[in-house]
Write a protein that binds this ligand. Structure first.
Ligand SMILES: [Zn+2]
Ligand SMILES: [Zn+2]
Length: 318
């Protein structure tokens, strides 16, 4: 059963989830648990556009169990929370760039709706929408899909950002992300824009062609987006993935994540919504590995300038 353990040296919680090893690994449609109608399929019958269901091998949601033998500064807790799968299409071979625009919009609407549902669960401290695309990004089932975690805690990355946002707000009385977005608009790292959404490579990214999508309006979560903003985001999401696939002429393995207000840790008005892509190719056929500096020291090294990567992404013919 899943549970959380606290590491006294890093000050971070990790999730221990041995059951996940039972999850099947399959790239092809044969034996795919997400293709509707197949034997042992977890997907509902095929009359749908986007489907959501509980992950059968969840990282979160277990009742937990008592752990014996805790040591100095150690702590453990049940991994309550939620884990859901979001299928982008009943078809095994239809990826995000191939979907009709209306279906991508529907997908974002589903994220928005599930966020509202999961946020109402008292066991959930942070709703995190993400996609692992490609085997090199940790995708174990080839069927195009994303996931939604209802974390029982605020994950370390978001907790740190929350502190940075709080500090900037105290010192300058304004939102740091609003300031960054305004600074990047029209600059050398801008990649694309759609309505009020700006796509840009951040000043100091962790991955060479990392792209962030940030709305102009100061809004903290998907649930706060109007229909027009959802439609604009859907178009920009799809174009961004097409740019990635065009960059090296092959599907880009990436992790895409929606960073939204971790309720209830972040007071209303403090957070600014963004979607971030973490792409794993640094050149054609060459993966960016998390090697010694990244894995062991947490210090990321880039072998291309963010300005050059933005230029290359802008230049992709769509
Ligand atoms: Zn499938
Ligand atoms: Zn803002």
């Amino acid at each position: 059963v899943s549970h959380l353990r606290f590491d006294p040296l890093s000050g971070e919680w990790v999730t221990v989830s041995p059951r996940r090893l039972g999850r099947p690994v399959t790239a092809s449609a044969e034996g795919c648990p997400f293709c509707p109608g197949g034997e042992g399929s977890e997907a509902p019958d095929p009359d749908w556009d986007v489907a959501v269901f509980d992950n059968r091998f969840p990282s979160y949601g277990g009742p937990g169990e008592p752990l014996p033998g805790l040591g100095p500064g150690y702590a453990a807790a049940p991994a309550g929370g939620r884990a859901e799968i979001v299928l982008y299409s009943p078809r095994h071979d239809v990826h995000l760039p191939d979907l009709p625009e209306g279906k991508v919009r529907l997908l974002v609407e589903v994220w928005r709706h599930r966020t509202e549902v999961l946020e109402a669960d008292p066991a959930v401290a942070c709703v995190f929408v993400f996609e692992n695309r490609g085997r090199d990004a940790g995708q174990t089932i080839g069927h195009p899909h994303g996931q939604i975690y209802g974390y029982p805690l605020v994950p370390p990355r978001l907790a740190r950002e929350l502190e940075r946002l709080r500090e900037h707000r105290l010192r300058h009385g304004a939102c740091l992300v609003c300031a960054i977005r305004a600074h990047e608009a029209g600059g050398p790292r801008q990649v694309d824009r759609e309505g009020g959404w700006l796509a840009f490579v951040p000043f100091a990214p962790r991955f060479p062609s990392e792209v962030h999508l940030v709305p102009e309006r100061h809004v903290g979560e998907l649930a706060g987006l109007g229909d027009e903003e959802v439609a604009d985001l859907a178009r920009l999401l799809q174009r961004t993935v097409r740019r990635y696939d065009g960059l090296y002429g092959a599907p880009m393995p990436y992790v895409m994540a929606v960073y939204q207000r971790p309720r209830p840790a972040a007071p209303e008005g403090l957070w600014h919504l963004r979607v971030a892509f973490h792409p794993f190719l640094r050149a054609p056929g060459r993966l960016k590995y998390l090697a010694g500096s990244e894995s062991a020291a947490g210090a990321f090294l880039l072998d291309a300038s963010p300005e050059d990567m933005a230029q290359a992404l802008r230049a992709v013919r769509l």
